[in-house]
Design a protein around this ligand. Structure first.
Ligand code: FRU
Length: 468
């Protein structure tokens, strides 16, 4: 675990060192939360992917349990790619994509991907058994390309199919370059058959990564991370997206996908996954990062690590939309409450949680650490994050905006070099990395604040007790 290292975060999970991307295998098993993640040990710029492993009983005290799945077998020699966990009959089942790049017979193609769907199971959530390859390239439909990955496994009941079977979503790219999610069905967790293929009426990107599905208030939702969607006004400002479609009908029969809603409007958010915990909450964790966006730099690379995961966010459904809010446990990290009045600047802190009540009929303007302007233009109904280019706090990040019909409340989770912003109690969310010289932050209330309260935040407690 890197220590005394600038820009390390206090209440976000990070790689112990090296590179992190997608959250994987999220679940709660016998009371214990498990957060696995794509990890490249020893290389902050990425490389072969392992599954790193954190556990926690309360989402605040964490143990780093080491790299659990390593790309050392024929089924996954080029990477233990993303996947999910299913808890069934007091056992943990992990499904993932074994990335294998096979030599191509065609000299114009560098390699052919096999994209194996692999299962490993565990009696205790700590030690894992043999890898079992369940499906490989030839098992997927003939019109699908080599890009098939990220199995998300759930019970039929979780997605409104009451047949006692299990279902697996796989993200895919067709030979015709259209993104889709394939749904497989199984009665025994190992034999899988294609049940349906889900995509939009009109092409929405060439590849869908990290599919997920769940229900809220009796309604069905399909979450995906599409690639190849063009920017449209304030929508799809990043190179790749992640969001959800409401699904009418059934996942395994006739269906219609509603309008796609982005989960997060910031610079750094991708490949989220959800799970239901033992309290019945639907919790989402995303990757604070963005692939293939080299113009947005992370100077932590020089310090041996890169990227982090969002705080766990509880999902609720209100008026046609899914809302996301930090799980209530995060409030236990708050120190004593302070108030800050309009026009004032807070003391410098590494990490704080702030709630702002916005003045009616006014524009809002907050400035973080003198380099990031957070504002709402009431007339245009646009909320924006804008980095001052000459201060270099954004490291290449400039502006992200969202249309917000009415703004009443803003919550800022500021953690050293990471900001999560929750508008109107989770209606719209922005996540971004930023880098100040001394890794300390302060906030100025410039315009439109009726009331602001903040709490300095203490850290997650992270132990390292590696069990292999
Ligand atoms: C998404 C993703 C997944 C893949 C993994 C590899 O960020 O590309 O589709 O399984 O990362 O690390």
């Amino acid at each position: 675990m890197l220590e005394n290292n600038k820009w390390r975060l206090k209440f976000h999970l990070m790689p112990p060192e090296g590179w992190l991307n997608d959250p994987n295998g999220l679940c709660q098993f016998r009371g214990e939360y498990h957060v696995f993640f794509q990890h490249t040990p020893g290389n902050p710029e990425g490389g072969d992917k392992y599954w790193g492993h954190y556990t926690s009983s309360d989402l605040i005290h964490w143990n780093y349990a080491g790299d659990k799945l390593a790309p050392v077998d024929d089924v996954d020699i080029n990477g233990v790619y993303s996947g999910s966990a299913l808890i069934w009959n007091d056992k943990m089942y992990l499904y993932y994509t074994g990335n294998v790049k096979e030599k191509s017979k065609d000299p114009t193609i560098p390699f052919v991907r096999r994209s194996n769907t692999v299962l490993v199971s565990s009696e205790d959530g700590i030690h894992f058994g043999e890898k079992q390859c369940l499906m490989t390239r030839e098992d997927y439909p003939a019109d699908i390309s080599g890009d098939v990955r990220d199995p998300k496994v759930m019970t039929g009941g979780e997605i409104g199919i009451e047949d006692g079977a299990f279902y697996m979503l796989l993200g895919a790219r067709s030979q015709a370059d259209v993104g889709e999610a394939m749904l497989y069905r199984s009665e025994n967790l190992t034999d899988w058959e294609l049940a349906s293929r889900i995509t939009t009426a009109e092409k929405f990107g060439y590849m869908w990564e990290c599919p997920d599905a769940f229900m809220k208030e009796g309604l069905k939702f399909l979450s995906v991370s599409p690639q190849g969607v063009e920017r449209e006004g304030l929508n799809y400002q990043n190179i790749y997206q992640s969001g959800y479609f409401p699904l009418a009908g059934s996942f395994d029969g006739d269906y219609t996908l509603g309008d796609f809603q982005e989960w997060d409007k910031g610079f750094d958010f991708y490949a989220p996954q959800t799970f239901q915990d033992e309290k019945g909450r639907r919790i989402l964790i995303g990757w604070i990062g963005m692939p293939d966006a080299p113009q947005h730099k992370n100077p932590t690379v020089e310090l041996g690590w890169q990227h982090a995961l969002t705080v766990p966010r509880e999902i609720t459904y209100i008026n046609g939309r899914l809302y996301q809010n930090p799980v209530a446990e995060m409030e236990t990290l708050r120190g004593k409450k302070n108030e800050l009045s309009m026009g004032k600047t807070s003391k410098p802190m590494e990490a704080f949680d702030m709630e702002v009540q916005v003045e009616k009929n006014a524009d809002l303007q907050l400035i973080l650490s003198d380099g990031l302007t957070i504002s709402y233009d009431r007339e245009r109904k646009i909320f924006s994050l804008r980095f001052e280019e000459d201060k270099n706090m954004g490291q290449g990040r400039i502006e992200r905006s969202a249309y917000v019909e009415q703004l009443d409340h803003v919550r800022l989770l500021v953690d050293t070099s990471c900001l999560e912003l929750y508008l109107n109690h989770g209606e719209t969310v922005f996540t971004t990395r930023f880098y100040t010289q001394d890794a300390r932050n302060y906030i100025q209330l410039k315009k439109g604040v009726e009331k602001a309260e903040y709490w300095e935040m203490t850290s997650f407690v992270v132990d390292k007790n590696i069990s292999l």
